[in-house]
Design a binder for this molecule. Structure first.
Ligand SMILES: Cc1cc2nc3c(=O)[nH]c(=O)nc-3n(C[C@H](O)[C@H](O)[C@H](O)COP(=O)(O)OP(=O)(O)OC[C@H]3O[C@@H](n4cnc5c(N)ncnc54)[C@H](O)[C@@H]3O)c2cc1C
Length: 442
């Protein structure tokens, strides 16, 4: 399997011909083909794309352009051929196989939206969403590693980094360095801006003191975006974002959590003890960190929602194959009993509804429209559906669903986190209600 992975070329690279602006998709599985142009990340180009889209016939919400479709196909094959054989072992060992991390870089999965000039794949946001979803069908742990790296960390540098910091960090993030996003603390989870980690100015830059908790990717990461309060007297308006290199003295990765699910994804406590960083490691503007965190998490939630729909589909398919092909009771396949069929039909309907919310939120974000309520609804509903469907899938498979021989029980354990990280379900409901109230208040 390892040799197969080595023989795979990066999943998809999009080359845009500047004169014709016609992209070409190259994947290990397809010849170069002209592709539908994906939405751009720069405002000028994005506006042009939106105008172009207006002239198109309405398309189904799940329609993917050729680049995105190639991404889905390639990631699915990578996940099934390379990751799947390792999933159970990684879960039992509670550790991501370093070869998987390396292969995610080789496949271009860690650089989806990084422009080609910085060594990335130069693709659009929906391509990242497609990749996250496909990975989660097989392993939600690998999926969240890729998700956090792309939707939170890379996006933070793309949106708020200076040209100098983009040149310095993006090529590393595209090829070898996993990123991590450090907001939560022992005292501040849902109330994120009550964080206590402090930053102060020094002659050469800044010094950070404090602790972060439940930080995804921390064992694999070489690059941490850290939120600390530079001006505590200003309350949350003092919160500032910094870049901290793993090798930076004063940063230590402390306790690694033992968890219910997504066990192969590392979640650790991080300590900052007189952690001095240079001036150039300030991300964006001093005091704007809270705005960045809100904006990034709004986008990130679409990624978690995609992780949850992928998980729901993975658990559904795993069980559907069993009940409709393998398991017979009372002389017939158990999936032929009407009581079972109705449950499967209901579950698939809910999965499809959740996916529609996810793709709608992603497309609205890409089109530059307000997507905050859409992202919150997608994350809320997709995580509920993932938990419900993966739980039912265990019942559909009976004893075979409960034992650790297969993956049914793992999907269910992995689903629970969807209702917690990047804003709990209650926090999503609060966001949705606030926006609705604003709209309906006269
Ligand atoms: C596996 C894992 C990975 C994580 N990865 C990261 C990461 O990479 N980076 C990072 O910064 N953080 C990360 N987190 C932290 C995560 O974002 C928080 O756990 C989450 O935001 C919830 O915060 P909390 O755990 O402190 O729960 P609390 O905030 O203590 O909430 C407890 C309960 O109270 C409810 N509650 C709280 N406030 C309200 C309210 N106003 N209205 C109604 N109900 C409310 C919540 O919904 C919840 O049910 C991770 C957590 C886990 C478990």
């Amino acid at each position: 399997m390892a040799s197969l992975a080595r023989s795979m070329r990066p999943l998809a690279r999009v080359a845009v011909n500047a004169s014709s602006r016609t992209p070409t998709v190259r994947t290990p599985f397809t010849r170069s083909v002209p592709a539908a142009r994906c939405l751009s990340t720069t405002p000028q180009r994005r506006n042009a794309d939106v105008v172009d889209l207006d002239s198109l016939e309405p398309t189904p919400i799940f329609h993917l352009n050729e680049v995105e479709a190639a991404m889905a196909d390639s990631v699915s094959r990578f996940a099934n051929e390379v990751i799947l054989p390792k999933v159970r072992d990684m879960d039992e060992a509670e550790k991501m196989d370093p070869a998987v991390v390396e292969q995610c870089f080789e496949q271009g999965l860690m650089s989806v939206e990084i422009p080609e000039k910085y060594g990335g794949a130069g693709m659009n946001f929906t391509s990242a969403i497609v990749g996250i979803e496909e990975l989660a069908k097989v392993d939600p742990s690998v999926s969240v590693m890729v998700d956090v790296h792309n939707t939170l960390v890379v996006t933070a540098i793309l949106k708020y980094g200076t040209e100098e910091s983009k040149k310095k960090w993006l090529p590393r993030l595209a090829t070898e360095t996993v990123g991590s996003f450090c907001l939560s603390e022992p005292v501040s989870g849902s109330d994120a801006f009550a964080l206590k980690t402090k930053a102060e100015k020094t002659a050469d830059g800044y010094k950070i003191n404090g602790s972060k908790m439940w930080i995804t990717n921390s064992m694999e990461a070489g690059f941490f975006i850290v939120f600390a309060n530079l001006y505590p007297e200003k309350g949350y308006k003092g919160i500032t974002a910094f870049i901290v290199d793993k090798e930076n003295p004063g940063l230590s990765i402390a306790k690694k959590e033992k968890k219910l699910g997504i066990k192969a994804s590392s979640t650790c406590v991080l300590n900052f003890d007189e952690c001095e960083i240079p001036k150039g490691n300030l991300l964006g503007k001093e005091g704007d960190g809270y705005k960045y965190a809100i904006g990034l998490l709004n986008e990130g939630r679409i990624g978690i929602a995609a992780q949850m729909t992928g998980l729901a589909i993975g658990s559904f398919e795993n069980a559907a194959k069993y009940v409709w092909n393998d398991r017979k009771q009372f002389g017939m396949l158990v999936g032929e009993f009407q009581g079972m069929q109705h449950q499967l039909a209901q579950a698939w309907t809910e999965i499809t509804a959740a996916r529609a919310l996810v793709y709608n939120a992603a497309r609205k974000k890409e089109a530059g429209q307000d997507f905050v309520i859409d992202a919150a609804m997608a994350k809320l509903y997709a995580s509920q559906v993932a938990n419900r469907v993966s739980g039912q899938a265990i019942e559909w498979m009976g004893g075979m669903g409960f034992v650790r021989e297969g993956l049914a029980e793992k999907y269910w354990r992995d689903s629970k986190i969807g209702q917690i990280y990047e804003g709990t379900s209650n926090i999503q409901l609060t966001t949705i209600a606030k926006l609705l109230q604003k709209e309906y208040t006269q």
